[in-house]
Design a protein around this ligand. Structure first.
Ligand code: IFM
Length: 457
């Protein structure tokens, strides 16, 4: 452990996801995913943006790895596009898709950057959606097959495997709110999809182990909910939200059961999923680590929104371009609470970051001082959590590159590297150089904005 609290070997990484950066949506045998379908529908994505080209990472990955090397990252979290590997979701393997990821992984290892591979970041092959998607139990088996195909190709080279990214948002925003692909608006489907996502995670764990994958875990977005007042109804709303977004995933994974009070609450509304014998035991397959994505807390009051009957309250204070409150203290809270209550062997912050309105100045520099302040405060919160015994082993900034921010398209920039979407020119922002200093000093230094600077662009 260094004086500043970060253990030797701590991972200082950056994260991305396939659909958000790759582009090349119909090249070299890739099949369509639900995000291709959804983003091509009129009116679903801001400004009509799509991920057809995105950051063109599929063609520019060598440059992107070179940037990571220059930033001194020792880890990179990326996701595999399922439909690039299995264009119809099951059956026929597209070898060119596997070759793409193999090359990427080899280049990362060559640059001493540890690959952390996420199997699923919301981009279901459209062929599986056509058969019911995550509502259909058969998709669980398809996921396990896909996990086996990727593991057979990459288990010897990839030390860190993440089954799913943020299943809660995929289930809710994609299947109940209709804002993300596949654009469904049915709460019953949403809870069934959540169950199948969890089950597919649990069944993939032994399949990955059998294939010789390294550490295996799952990434959840964790939003601590706090009541807007001390009123019993507000406290109840906050507790329900917390169970819905966090407990609904943490409890089955670490305790082999769904949270009882939310289960009964949903049962009274006929919204509980079909759970078969053995499912919960499968979901609770032991994992090696938990990935936590943290962006903001949620202040909640009793309200009228179905089916959770709560409202989100705007709180005074700084917000990012996403309208999200800046609250590093809640990262400390969430890490310490999860470590205490669920005892994961290891924890990683697999995403944290902020969107701000960045510009490339005439001198070619992106002075994103607010992002540096945001990251600095959150890294300090993680440092405190470590000091208080949380087994935190790495921290991935979201994101390496500005990218396709789902329903908001390219209007929100999260990268520590700026992307000019007209030219695909990459420019390391001041926050990228800041992250380099953290990586170089294992978190010991917090250079001021004035002292950052470098050469990559
Ligand atoms: O861009 C997303 C990412 O895909 C999943 N986690 C949150 C990020 C910011 O919204």
């Amino acid at each position: 452990m260094s004086d500043d609290g970060f253990p030797a070997g701590f991972l200082w990484g950056a994260a991305t996801a396939a659909y958000q950066i790759e582009g090349a949506w119909a090249e070299e045998g890739r099949g369509p995913s639900i995000w291709d379908t959804f983003s091509h529908l009129p009116g679903r994505i801001a400004a009509g943006d799509t991920g057809d080209v995105a950051c063109d990472h599929y063609h520019r990955w060598r440059e992107d790895v070179a940037i990571m090397r220059e930033l001194g990252l020792n880890a990179y979290r990326f996701s595999v596009s399922w439909s690039r590997v299995l264009p119809e979701g099951t059956g026929r393997v597209n070898q060119r898709g596997l070759d793409f990821y193999r090359q990427l992984v080899e280049a990362l290892l060559e640059a001493a950057i540890e690959p952390a591979l996420t199997l699923y970041h919301w981009d279901l092959p459209q062929a599986l959606q056509d058969r019911g998607g995550w509502r259909n139990r058969e998709t669980v088996g398809a996921f396990v097959e896909y996990a086996g195909v990727v593991a057979d190709a990459l288990a010897d080279r990839v030390p860190m495997w993440i089954t799913h990214n943020e299943p809660s948002l995929h289930a809710s925003v994609g299947h109940a709110l209709g804002v993300y692909a596949p654009g469904l608006t049915d709460w019953g489907t949403s809870f069934q999809a959540a169950h199948h996502l969890l089950l597919s995670h649990g069944l993939a764990v032994p399949a990955l182990r059998a294939a010789g994958a390294g550490k295996i875990g799952i990434t959840l977005v964790l939003e601590p909910a706090e009541p807007a007042s001390d009123e019993a109804a507000d406290r109840e709303a906050a507790e329900r939200y917390e169970q819905y977004l966090n407990g609904w995933y943490l409890d089955p994974i670490f305790r082999g059961r769904y949270p009882e009070s939310l289960w009964s609450w949903l049962a009274a509304r006929e919204l509980t999923p079909v759970v078969e014998d053995g499912d919960l035991a499968a979901i609770a397959a032991p994992i090696d680590f938990l990935g936590a994505n943290y962006y903001h807390r949620r202040v909640t009051a009793a309200g009228a929104d179905e089916p959770l009957l709560l409202s989100e309250i705007d709180v005074p204070g700084e917000v990012t371009e996403m309208g999200w409150e800046v609250c590093p203290r809640a990262l400390y809270d969430v890490l310490t609470t999860v470590a205490r209550e669920y005892r994961p062997a290891e924890l990683f912050v697999t995403e944290n970051g902020a969107a701000f309105r960045d510009v490339v100045d005439p001198d070619g520099r992106v002075r994103d001082a607010r992002r540096i302040a945001y990251l600095s405060a959150h890294v300090d919160a993680a440092r405190s959590a470590l000091r208080d015994g949380v087994p935190l082993r790495g921290y991935f900034v979201w994101s390496l590159l500005d990218n396709f921010q789902w329903a908001q398209g390219y209007s929100k920039r999260f990268g520590v590297v700026h992307v000019d979407y007209e030219t695909q020119r990459r420019t390391v922002k001041d926050s990228g150089w800041f992250w380099r200093e953290l990586a170089r000093t294992n978190g010991a230094q917090h250079p001021g904005v004035a002292s950052v600077g470098g050469s990559a662009s």
